[in-house]
Write a protein that binds this ligand. Sequence first.
Ligand code: S3P
Length: 750
Amino acid sequence: MASGEPLFRRIAIIGLGLIGGSLASAVRLNGLASEVVGADRNQEDLILAQSLGIIDTVAKSTAEAVQGADLVVLAVPVQATRQVLEEVHPCLAADATLTDVGSTKAGFVKDIHAVFGGFLPNIIPGHPIAGSEKSGIRATNPDLFRNHKVILTPPDIVDDSHLARLKLLWEACGASVLTMSVEYHDEVLAATSHLPHLIAFSLVDTLAGEDENMDIFRYAAGGFRDFTRIAASDPVMWHDIFLSNRDAVLRVIDHFTRDLDQLRTAIADQDSATLLRVFTRAKAAREHFSKMLSGQAYVTNNSERQVTFRLRPGGEVVGDIRVPGDKSISHRSIMLGALADGVTEVKGFLEGEDSLATLQAFRDMGVVIEGPDNGFVRIHGVGVQGLQAPRGPIYLGNSGTGMRLFAGLLAAQPFDSELSGDASLSVRPMNRVADPLRSMGAVIETAEGGRPPLKIRGSQSTKLTGIHYDMPVASAQVKSCLLLAGLYADGTTSVTEPAPTRDHTERMLAGFGYKVDREGPTASLTGGARLTANAIDVPADISSAAFFIVAASIAPGSDLLLRHVGMNPTRVGVINILQQMGADIQILEEREVGGEPVADLRVRHAELRGIEIPEEQVPLAIDEFPALFIAAVCATGRTVLTGAGELRVKESDRIQVMADGLATLGVTTTVTEDGIVIEGGQTIGGGTVNSHSDHRIAMSFTMAALRATGEIEIQDCANVATSFPGFVELARQTGIRIAAEDSAAGNGQE
Ligand code: S3P
């Protein structure tokens, strides 16, 4: 299309109801056609449409409208489709696109076959998922499709240029376009649109029928109004929809009737467990859906949100704080709680997007989980064999831990599953889990280069067999993945690690009564036993505390108390390294909660010295290096990191991304293949840093501002919510001069 030239020459819209009229006016308003011609059985409506500026031209018949049109849109009731198609057929130009807007697609396809003798490459069934309980030409609204979805169900033989042009048209009307098969469309719509309409019509009719004066409605409050709004929709249109999508609608009515009957029985029998199970699951599903709609939280792709941190230089860090719960332990608490027999209660659960994605995944597999409510979660375990197949792919957002641990668990299930994630997760290596799982007998497909999505063919694999695996890299995720698969495998599964990695899986399995043996660097377990529900108290995440430990260490005048910090010996590398650098960290009130050591930490400013970081500390501080790099810049002397190649395959390439960010602030470093050399004592200037959507990079540069000479802007910070909800508020509370700007929400917080 040459610029300035409309997308279509002449668009014929047959049927000027709410959808046809709204499309016509959106096309005219956005200049998408040189001419919009309308045809309708009702001549008065046609004349009105023209006088309201909805269409350019009135056609006396369908044939006249279609003549010379390069796009014909059928917007008639679905029951009228066949007859209108008979009128369209003889006049439709060979190069014209034909589409419709009907709510059911199988009927349209049948009508096309009957009238055209088969499908043609220029015919594309469509369905805008937009509407209103209002109907008719007077309800026309050119913005009706804005921020709504339009589903197209093109046939295999579709001509791509017709499809592309039709997509452009809908997008120019503000809609987003999806394509799917006719069958899938009709199933989905039967469940999400047709059934709710049927129930609304039926409920209002039942109540109205019981009380002829309809007096009862006087007492009906907001719930009734919200629930039954759609019962005011066009009766003829809905009559047509139910008859035309008969089979799919009958299936979903039967399903719903069974479920309603089950609730009836539960009420009759005073069966609280069933009622609570159904209601909590429904509540969680509804909240999940609201979050999806409002574009928040774990189900959204954070790349759509642009969060920027702005930091004024200087400040000191003081106070008494508790950072959110440990991410690794939070993931595992849901996983083992779901697989256990009985009810597991979790305190201090991390309500970050990563662990919430794990929680949602188990709900999708039929586990009832109450909460999270201020870190409290109650999981109604289903037993090791109790998971149900999820209805669609499991979306794990940014979480590498989620994907790798789920791979082990799902490889052993009798059903198929698919694991996907955001842009960052989609380029992370998964063969490190897929390969050993395959040698246990799992059937797993990855995308090219061993990347996500993972397609796990549980139904095709026979029972897994235990293996011994010598891990080539020190990875707690790989170890945990194999131990989870090992729960289901025949015989013993053992994993040897080249250096100690976090052992939360082993500790928690033991807490759930599952025997895990440890011999030197090897952890092993035998499949087939059961897990017993256990209470879990999640410590504050040392990886989140690390930013504040570094902050208080580098900012003169700082004195900060961090409460209830997890001090598992496989996680305390950051404290060991900082203490070697001369940091003033006091470890107070050491205690054990639920199998994990915790302590309070008092951190005061100290002059740090550069060191050669001992390689055995690397896996014990693997997530804390971005923050440690900032400490190294503020130290005197040289800090050398080696043996940390794993940092290059985290949420970003943390060696390069940190070096690039430091460079924009005027700090030079030397990047090596598996580490970095940082000369301390350099001045940190102001500037703009890109975090590459890596939460830990964003939080590390936040701390750098305490010692900077100018303002620092950090871009792409939305993913901080994956591990540290409330980071900005907590940082500000301790004295860090931070403001966040959220472009999607359009609000800044000062
Ligand atoms: C984690 C293990 C580590 C760590 C990650 C959490 C876990 O990853 O970086 O943030 O919970 O098991 P690797 O196993 O890849 O080292």
